[in-house]
Write a protein that binds this ligand. Structure first.
Ligand code: UDP
Length: 249
């Protein structure tokens, strides 16, 4: 029987904790259980506070993983959970690896990123894991009229795994709006993963990530993010106030 993941509340949003996310997703594939995967971090949590549509989509997602350091620290220190950070890009990479090891690889589609980026990422993955069945890619910058064509393509192909890299909250809202077209697929919002896989951008060195400082590297690479990153201290403050209020009740 299908095991439902255990959910914990981080500022009112669910986060699912389980031992092996990729294996759980393999079960979803086997059982053709359509799944939306959200990779939650502090910034997204704060966006959801201001954007009820995003909040609703996260509430309805079948799997919400702890992508960011803030969310993990909340789960560890405020809820006492033994949990590790699982960045969305690593979940996506693990998923590609495990599906490629199956007798017949699941079919994959990449959508998002600047023109050519998803195609290059797909090419590199195909070389690394030749068994992967990547059915197609589509850039995330296009005229509105191309959208219909993309939706038709997805409907015809029915890829089993669809990675959508349009940034938050665009990708989450887009998935929620269109997932009925491929009801048995696993849909994952992958942010800027295609940029990393294609070599357009680089990830923070391990020692920064291991010390919960990946956000600092992003700020160094993309200084224009500073305003968005004000969400991090806001998240920390809200978390403390929230827990303090709950304790006092
Ligand atoms: N993007 C896109 N279409 C858009 C806006 C953004 O395909 O209209 C892509 C962009 O090229 C980048 C990704 O979305 O690859 C956003 O990456 P980011 O790391 O900023 O995502 P977030 O931090 O929001 O998860």
């Amino acid at each position: 029987m299908f095991e439902l993941p255990k959910a914990f509340s981080v500022l009112g949003l669910p986060v699912h904790i389980m031992k092996n996310y990729p294996d759980w997703l393999l079960d979803c594939l086997r059982e053709e259980k359509g799944t939306h995967v959200v990779t939650l971090n502090a910034e997204m949590t704060m966006q959801a506070e201001r954007n009820p549509a995003l909040s609703k989509v996260i509430q309805n997602a079948e799997l919400v993983i702890p992508d960011g350091a803030g969310v993990v620290l909340y789960l560890q220190y405020l809820l006492g959970q033994d949990v590790q950070r699982f960045p969305g890009i690593e979940l996506a990479e693990n998923l590609l690896q495990v599906v490629s090891q199956q007798k017949k690889s699941a079919s994959i589609f990449f959508y998002g990123g600047a023109p050519g980026v998803a195609a290059k990422a797909a090419d590199l993955w195909q070389k690394q894991l030749p068994q992967l069945q990547i059915l197609g890619t589509h850039s995330g910058y296009h005229f509105p009229e191309e959208e219909q064509q993309l939706l038709q393509t997805l409907t015809q192909l029915q890829p089993q795994v669809i990675f959508v890299g349009l940034g938050v909250p665009r990708q989450e809202l887009w998935i929620a709006q269109n997932r009925h077209l491929c009801p048995h697929s696993i849909w994952v919002g992958v942010g800027g993963s295609f940029d990393i896989w294609s070599g357009t951008k680089t990830r923070a060195p391990g020692w920064l990530a291991n010390n919960n400082l990946e956000w600092l590297y992003r700020l160094y690479q993309e200084p224009w993010r500073w305003r968005r990153m004000l969400a991090l201290p806001e998240f920390a403050l809200k978390s403390l106030v929230y827990r303090w209020t709950v304790r006092c009740e």
